[in-house]
Design a protein around this ligand. Sequence first.
Ligand code: NAD
Length: 504
Amino acid sequence: MNNLTVEANGFDFSLDKAVKIAVAKGDGIGPEIMDATLRILKAAGANIEPEFIDVGESVYLSGNTSGITERAWNIARANKVILKAPITTPQGKGYKSLNVTLRKSLGLFANVRPVLSLHPYVKTNFPEMDIVVIRENEEDLYAGIEHQQTEDVVQCLKLITRPGCERIVRYAFEFAKAYGRTKVTCMVKDNIMKLTDGLFHRVFDEIGKEYPDIKKEVQIIDIATARVAAKPEDYDVIVTSNLYGDIVSDVVAEIAGSVGLAGSANVGTDVAMFEAIHGSAPDIAGLNIANPSGLINAAVMMLAHIGQHEIADKVQNALLSTIEAGIHTSDIFTNSRSKRKVNTSDFADEVISRLGFRPENLKESKIAEGNGTIKIPEYVRSTSEKELVGVDVFLDWAHTDPNELGAELDKIGAYGLKLKMITNRGVKVYPNGMPETFCTDHWRCRFVSKEMDLTKAGLEYKPIDFEHIIVLLSKLNQYNFNIIKTENLYQFDGQKGFSLGQGE
Ligand code: NAD
């Protein structure tokens, strides 16, 4: 049984033969902490065969802006498991984030970051905290689709998909089940983003029903982040979208005591990548003083993923025993809590000497007692009746009086359509706007059918043809309006697939 593994086509790790893993030693402190980690894995009897790959600074500086060589891609994809030390992204424009490239190209949809308090051995204000943040890794604002549309306005597209939500939410519940966790908290901002975050919330409610034994709660991200920072012991598993997850997981790691301690997994249905959460720490590179615990924790998650559970527990418990014994690297060393300050390689030796030990006070690792594989079913797309009911035309218009724009657009009289409203930065400014509302050069003009749909009980506009939109755009162009983009307005099974303007 592989706890962290997503049960799908890609994985088939035999316990009899060594599992080939792609190993990236990284930059800065990367090689030091990777050597320490691999020595511990070897001593613990991990049945793995590392294949070293080149990624990071040297690859970037050789002129490859992706930071990863063709050979490294091939090995990573063939082995399906990557253990990666942090890399340095050179300063300056033109270099793509290797982490984002790896996550997206390899479909690593779930970022899993467990953070456990090591009180009283590591200083933290929160002795009880034991949180796993499960962050969606591929979509949201991190799709990176940005445009400058007018002199004054840029936009970034927030993409949330149903399959993306289903996969990450399912992963969170399955993770909770496999690891005996009792609560999953979903964090969203659907009081504002009713469609995008609303979908995440809805999927959480739908899938949550299949896990009656797990407690569920939904919190608005702003207050939720504040509460995590103030009372982390109230949280167990957190599931959230990409940007919020990025922030919350850093808050959680920071309040636990040291960025040097936490590991993380990036899991997909084919490939999984394991790494420490911290960066390459150039300020201490080459000094042999970095804390290797983050990467060791990542390696433990990797062992769980490939089914080597006993070895995973052995390594984790030896690590906890070492920390309990007060053997600390300088980042967590304090006179009151620590007994001996050690460097990176000595710390690894201390962990190796404790293989087979169990922690006396800290929570013992019992991955081998986990109960099952994480199952993510194939996505099934449902179909609903989709009707085109209007269009939002975005205009670049450098004047400031919305009534002037409204009057001009009203005059156009495009075949079958009428102007319903104009918004500026989402606020309705025409008809009946407020003079106090600040307006930029970016105007969203909503057009709907001139006719009402008499078959519907409410005040609904008739569905339109795309032809209507083409004629409208052609007319706007003829009248020298500067069209930036259009967004069609659809109804799905009679439900509006678009938000109303503020004040509409
Ligand atoms: P950083 O995490 O490397 O360092 C922040 C601080 O924490 C530094 O003072 C550092 O000495 C300390 N620190 C980090 N890890 C430590 C450890 N294991 N033991 C002891 N102290 C540790 O963050 P940064 O300085 O902002 O970034 C440095 C480089 O790392 C940048 O090029 C950045 O792009 C890159 N980075 C890479 C990854 C990755 O590969 N996953 C993640 C974050 C940052």
